[in-house]
Each structure stands twice: as C-alpha cells, then as structure tokens.
Design a protein around this ligand. Structure first.
Ligand code: FAD
Ligand code: NAD
Length: 443
C-alpha cells in the first residue's frame, strides 16, 4: 500500500490529506510543527479587532478528524531533514525524541515565512509578525495593555491594512508605513486605493507612504522607529512586508522558481516525481499570465492540496490554474480583485487596456443603494480579460469577481462580456448591468 508523508498540516497539507483519505485506503502520516492546525489567519484581524467574539471558530478541523479517517498525526514535531535517496523523513518531537518516517510519496506543505526587514534593532521586544495563531495571541494581549498606545504597522499590503484597522478598533494610535506611495499596490490600481486610503485616513489611521524604515530604536523594547523622513514613538511594531516560500527542506534537491518556491507542474509534482509541493511553498500557474508564478493565498493552498492528493491516489487531474482572486473589507468599504491590475500587468510585460465604470448597484428608484466602481483589464491584442477590480460599500460585488475569475480562466474577451446574459432584479442590480456597460465601452 502506498504510504504518503505530508509535512505541514495547515490549509494545503490538510486538503491533500483529505483528498487521499477520502478517496483511498492509502496510508497517510501527517507531521506538523505546531500543536494546533487549520488556523484561519484570514480571520485574525476580525478576532484581534474584536469584530468576532472568540478565536475558536478560526480552527475548522483538528487532529482527531484525521485520526478517525485512519491517518497517523504527529504534532509538535519538526522535520529537519529528508533523505530523498532512501525516501526517509527525519524529524524531532518537542520532547527531543528523534523519529523517522519512510515514504512512497511525499507532500511538502511547509507554507511561507514572513519577510523580515533587515534593519538594525529588529531583535528588540514588541516587534512582531502576524502569521501564526501564537502571534495573533501576542498582539491581542498587547492591545489589551493601556501602555500600548502607538502601533506601527510596516507594509500596507493585505495583512498591514487589516491589522491597522484591528488596532484602530482597539482604540490605538496607528501609523501605517509602506515603501510605495499607496496601500495595496500589488492588487489594485490607484483609482481604487485612493478611496481606501481616504477611508483609512478618515478613520484616524496615520498614513506614511513612500517611507522606508531604517532603524528600530529602544533599550530592550522598541521605543522608536526611524525612517528617512522622521522618527516616531512606538510601543509595538507589526511587520507585514510580504511572504517568501518556506523551502528549507528541499531547496538543494528540487528545482526552484525565481523566488525560491518549489517549481511544480499542473499535477503539483516537483522535479522529483515522488515529491509533490502544495500551497504557499509552491508555484502556481497563472491563467492571466499564461505562465508559472507565485501567489500566496489560502484559496490556492486548498485547491493545490486537493489536486496533489487526487494525483497521489491515481486520479490524474490537472490544476486549472489560478487567478489570484482576493478581497478586503475595511471599515465597511469592500474591494475585490482578480488577475492583474493595469499597474501589476506592466510589471509582467502584459500589454493591457482597461475599461472603467462608476455606477449605482441598483436602479435609482431603489431606496437603499450603493456606488460601485469596476475596472476590467484586458490584453490589448487578444482582448481576453486578464483582470478586474471592484469597490463599493455593498458586499454584493463580491460574487461578481468570481465571474471575472472564470472569464480569465476560460479566456473570455471583453467583447463577449458586453452582451453576456446577466439577470436583472431591482433588489440586486440594474436592467443593464454595469459589467455589460463597462464592456460595451471598451476601446
Ligand atoms: C494574517 C493573515 C491573513 C490572511 N488572510 C488571507 C485571506 O483572507 N485569504 C486568503 O486566501 N489568504 C489569506 N492569507 C494567506 C494564507 O493564510 C496562506 O496563503 C495560507 O495559510 C497558506 O497555507 P499553507 O498550508 O500553504 O501554508 P501555511 O499556512 O504557512 O502552513 C504551513 C504549515 O507547515 C508547518 N511546517 C513548516 N515547516 C515545517 C517543518 N519543517 N516541520 C513540520 N511542520 C512544518 C507550519 O507549522 C505550518 O503549520 C492570510 C495570511 C495571514 C498571515
Ligand atoms: N484578504 C486576503 O486575501 C489576504 C489577507 C492577508 C494576507 N493575504 C496574503 O498573505 C500574503 C502576505 O501578505 P502581506 O500583507 O504580508 O503581503 P503583501 O504582498 O500583500 O503586502 C506587502 C506590502 O509591504 C510593502 N513593502 C515591501 N517591502 C517593504 C519595506 N521594506 N518597507 C515598507 N513596506 C514594504 C509592499 O509595498 C506591500 O504593500 C500575501 O500573499 C497576501 O495576498 C491575503
């Protein structure tokens, strides 16, 4: 019987385990460094910002669920080395006991690690990342303290903006820094982020863009941060300047992508045919780019885990590729995007055009109505859709972005969207939907 060892049991590892255990009688060993697994870090800002009552709901499964399906689960066990020749994984438990597991198939699901700004003083106390549950607990406890008044968040990407909102909701003075000149620069064009920046500023968040941190100062604990533009008193620093794939275990054995992610094919197979890689430690295939790339998202982790598991049990399915669809909701302002923005397309040499519309969600006669912004990004020559961004105070927009995701995957052109059959009901939208309208005026 095939024996699969899965290293890392967060979203990607769990999805792979489920796919194997639900579709076969195969032997599965799951090895995880942490005590808990399945922590939805996506809910951290809601928890720490006290928008939900408890952290408990952020864990969606546990070891018993997998043991009940027949898996052997080793938690608080760190894999140190892998002998790829002999096909043996070497690990050590929290008690210091050395353990080894042989394998026929190996799934690397070791995720990602936050990037550390390489500046003096980074070892001071009260400087943290926000990735693991334990870091969320630490931030939550520090937010409780009255002497924690000034919170600096470095990086106005997804984690940074969400944590800035959470800190503000806990009554803190919040300073949000980014190397670039606006928030969320990787996902949205300025037409959208200008509104989000106004939203952040209107809620009292101090924005420090185009400002790189040069030093953290303090005796034991951080007391100040120094940038090229000024010095600021701070009690806590949350670093959120992006992730890198955690490739420690196999970087010398497997082929890697430019940023170090394990290079995988559409079956999640690495350059070693018995080794699969899934989630944040692996590459994905981007349908918009029509090339391999790296996008760290829980949604990708789940799907890639599923694909690897199915292939291990003999169902030779291929990943359909990804669009990197994502969303954010800050003080009631919602933004969703998929594929590439105009600015990010340029970084990847995608020659694009775009069409914009600003409209109301519903007909004017409806009492409750919201403004909606939509930008559709399409390739200049083929006219296939390669991205879309939407923003509104209504969360109704969130489902529309899924349609754009499918459009990118299926290579639909912007012209095909102009006459696409979209239903109408005044409670939901306009007789002629803004998606059709935007597509109709595409140059
Ligand atoms: C604050 C925050 C909010 C986020 N919000 C969203 C969101 O809203 N939507 C979204 O799609 N994504 C979101 N993400 C990103 C998402 O959490 C990640 O993409 C996802 O966790 C990746 O899952 P993974 O299983 O590949 O890796 P990880 O979650 O990084 O898990 C890897 C696991 O491997 C274990 N491991 C690593 N090395 C070893 C070893 N040597 N031995 C044993 N175990 C090991 C680790 O302990 C860990 O449990 C967010 C991330 C953060 C931090
Ligand atoms: N809602 C969501 O879908 C969601 C939420 C949280 C995290 N995530 C994912 O988790 C991953 C990590 O999130 P993240 O917020 O750390 O990364 P990110 O890539 O979203 O943002 C990083 C930000 O840091 C800035 N930056 C980079 N170097 C800097 C420096 N030296 N000083 C100041 N700013 C700097 C960048 O300009 C960017 O705005 C991403 O893949 C993200 O998509 C997704």
């Amino acid at each position: 019987m095939t024996k699969t060892v899965i290293i890392g049991t967060n979203h990607a590892g769990l999805a792979a385990a489920n796919a194997i255990l639900d579709n076969s009688e195969q032997e599965v060993v799951m090895i995880e460094r942490n005590e808990n697994f399945s922590y939805l870090s996506c809910g951290t800002a809601l928890w720490v910002g006290q928008q939900i009552d408890s952290v408990d709901g952020l864990f969606y499964t546990n070891r018993e669920d997998f043991e009940a399906k027949g898996a052997k689960v080793r938690t608080q066990t760190i894999v140190n080395t892998i002998d790829f020749e002999q096909k043996v994984v070497h690990a050590v438990t929290q008690q210091g006991e050395e353990v080894e597991e042989s394998y026929d198939k190996l799934v690397l699901a070791t995720g990602s690690i936050p990037i550390s700004p390489k500046v003096p003083g980074r070892e001071l106390e009260n400087i943290t990342f926000m990735k693991h549950y334990e870091e969320g607990q630490k931030i939550d406890q520090l937010f409780e303290r009255k002497d924690m008044e000034n919170i600096a968040v470095i990086g106005a990407g997804y984690i940074g903006v969400e944590m800035a909102e959470a800190a503000k909701r806990r009554g803190k003075n919040v300073l949000l820094f980014d190397a670039l000149d606006r928030c969320l620069p990787s996902y949205y064009d300025a037409w959208f982020t200008d509104d989000m920046d106004k939203n952040l500023a209107n809620h009292g968040i101090e924005l420090h863009y185009g400002e790189l941190v040069k030093e953290y100062k303090g005796t034991d604990k951080v007391e100040q941060i120094v940038t090229e533009k000024g010095e600021y008193d701070v009690d806590l620093v949350i670093n959120a300047i992006g992730f890198l794939p955690n490739n420690q275990l196999a970087k010398d054995h497997l082929e890697l992508f430019a940023n170090g992610a394990y290079l995988v094919d559409r079956h999640q197979q690495t350059s070693d045919p018995d080794v699969y890689a899934v989630g944040d430690c692996a590459t994905v295939y981007s349908n918009a780019l029509q090339a391999t790339t790296y996008i760290a998202l829980a949604s990708n982790a789940l799907r890639t885990g599923m694909v690897a598991g199915e292939n291990i049990v003999g169902n030779a399915i291929e990943s359909p590729g990804v669009q990197g669809s994502n969303g954010i909701s800050i003080f009631g302002y919602h933004m969703v995007s998929t594929g590439y923005s105009v600015e990010s397309a340029a970084k990847f040499d995608l020659n694009v055009k775009y069409t914009d519309i600003e409209d109301t969600q519903k007909p004017e006669f409806m009492k409750e109505n919201d403004n909606v912004k939509l930008r559709i990004v399409y390739e200049a020559t083929s006219r296939r859709v390669v991205g879309a961004q939407m923003a509104s105070t209504t969360s109704d927009i969130s489902m529309a972005i899924h349609m754009f995701s499918l459009a990118i995957e299926r290579q639909v052109t912007v012209d095909e969207l102009a006459r696409l059959d979209l239903f109408f009901l005044p409670h939901f939208n306009q007789p002629y939907n803004y998606i059709n309208k935007a597509a109709l005026v595409a140059e």
